[in-house]
Design a protein around this ligand. Structure first.
Ligand SMILES: NC(=O)c1ccc[n+]([C@@H]2O[C@H](COP(=O)([O-])OP(=O)(O)OC[C@H]3O[C@@H](n4cnc5c(N)ncnc54)[C@H](OP(=O)(O)O)[C@@H]3O)[C@@H](O)[C@H]2O)c1
Length: 358
């Protein structure tokens, strides 16, 4: 029998791209995609007309979205959760409840949950200490093998930590039939291959800010650093984990480095970015494309920016996927995407080229 795989967030950027990779590699799996309503389902169905292998479910008058999620989670072999997954406690709780009631699974034959968090969780130190616009401290870098004990006990103030706790606790129920794997990507870039949203959040938001305000923002010293990864590299890691869970459950069950309460993966390349420098590169590109007259850089306060990550560090080392799965990022570099991001966002906000009439 084909493995049953439940996927959330296929109308989103990460889930859309990951499902593209998954279905492309394994069209024979029995997929259930949970979406928010009939209109979203129609958009996904247009891209995936295969009703034999791809089932679409959503809430409605008789059951809410989370009730559907819980019911479907109880019937699956593997979950890939991406829909607002890093922050929505109610969805994570519904999945946890469903999986703990799993039909046909036990501690000896578990169901697997691949969960998307984000390295925004690592901004906590700068946030709690209001340490804005400073370079990262050595203690702010987390390696997903060497720093695992710190990672699994981050303070409750950390972004996404409330959801992480729900996911991690699922492993520790007495005789739990569930084993989880948390994947935390940093800044993701590149065009997604999903049916609805194909763009990320952080870089497009920075490009819109530069185009609309006419300058590159710089918080504090301008030395705030994050890591990054191309969306196809995130999907390749998710594909590997789902494949192992679906096709080789004995390996998944027996390898605590891949599934269970210790399985925490970062998913980053080795070329971090400094936000103020990326903002300047965007401004240079905007000048090249004639959306701005000159490259200007200005200091801004945290209260003036739409995305707090430009002012607070997030530093990770993705050792686990490399060591235990042989994963290696292959996508183009972030800098190579800037031309396209400026073009796309300028078009999205209707920016006019210099000399063009409004
Ligand atoms: N993009 C990044 O760079 C990045 C990096 C690290 C972590 N993350 C995290 O990964 C997760 C997915 O990110 P994304 O970039 O794929 O986001 P996205 O493109 O905005 O997609 C979000 C998905 O979640 C669904 N959704 C939104 N709010 C929901 C809610 N309250 N309940 C249930 N479903 C909801 C959306 O459904 P509709 O289509 O119906 O709106 C959509 O399918 C998020 O938690 C994000 O914080 C993102």
């Amino acid at each position: 029998m084909a493995p049953k795989v439940l996927v959330t967030g296929t109308t989103g950027y990460i889930g859309g791209d990951a499902f593209f990779a998954l279905y492309d590699a394994h069209p024979e799996f029995e997929y259930t995609l949970v979406v928010r309503n009939e209109d979203r389902a129609k958009l996904v169905r247009e891209k995936y007309p295969d009703t034999e292998h791809v089932k679409l479910v959503y809430g409605g008058p008789s059951a809410s979205y989370v009730e559907v999620l819980e019911k479907e989670a109880a019937k699956t072999d593997v979950v890939l959760h991406t829909a607002e997954s890093a922050d929505d406690v109610s969805s994570a709780t519904a999945i946890s409840n469903g999986l703990l009631k799993s039909e046909g699974h036990s501690a000896e034959n578990p169901v697997f949950w691949v969960h998307i968090c984000g390295t925004g969780i690592l901004q906590w130190y700068d946030q709690v200490n209001r340490r804005y616009g400073q370079p990262p401290l050595p203690s702010e870098t987390y390696d997903d093998i060497a720093s695992l004990p710190r990672l699994l006990t981050l303070p409750d103030e950390a972004l996404h930590r409330d959801v992480d706790k729900v996911v991690l606790a699922t492993n520790h129920f007495p005789s739990s039939p569930v084993q989880t794997s948390i994947v935390a990507p940093p800044t993701i870039y590149g065009a997604g291959r999903g049916p609805v949203n194909t763009t990320s959040q952080q870089l497009p938001s920075l490009a819109r800010f530069v185009l609309q305000k006419g300058f590159a923002p710089k918080v504090g010293t301008g030395a705030v650093e994050w890591d990054n990864v191309h969306v196809t590299d995130v999907s390749s890691l998710l594909l590997q984990l789902v494949k192992i869970a679906a096709l080789d459950p004995a390996r998944a069950r027996g390898d605590a480095e891949l599934f269970g309460g210790q399985a925490y993966f970062f998913c980053a390349n080795e070329t971090p970015h400094v936000w103020s420098k990326v903002a300047e590169e965007i401004a240079q590109e905007a000048v090249k494309q004639r959306f701005l007259k000159e490259v200007l850089s200005k200091k801004v306060e945290m209260g003036e920016i739409p995305d707090k990550s430009w002012g607070t560090n997030s530093k990770c080392v993705a050792s686990r996927a490399r060591k235990f799965l042989g994963w290696a990022p292959k996508g183009p570099a972030l800098e190579d995407e800037i031309t396209g991001i400026v073009e796309f966002e300028a078009n999205r906000i209707g920016a006019k080229k210099i000399g063009e009439s409004a």
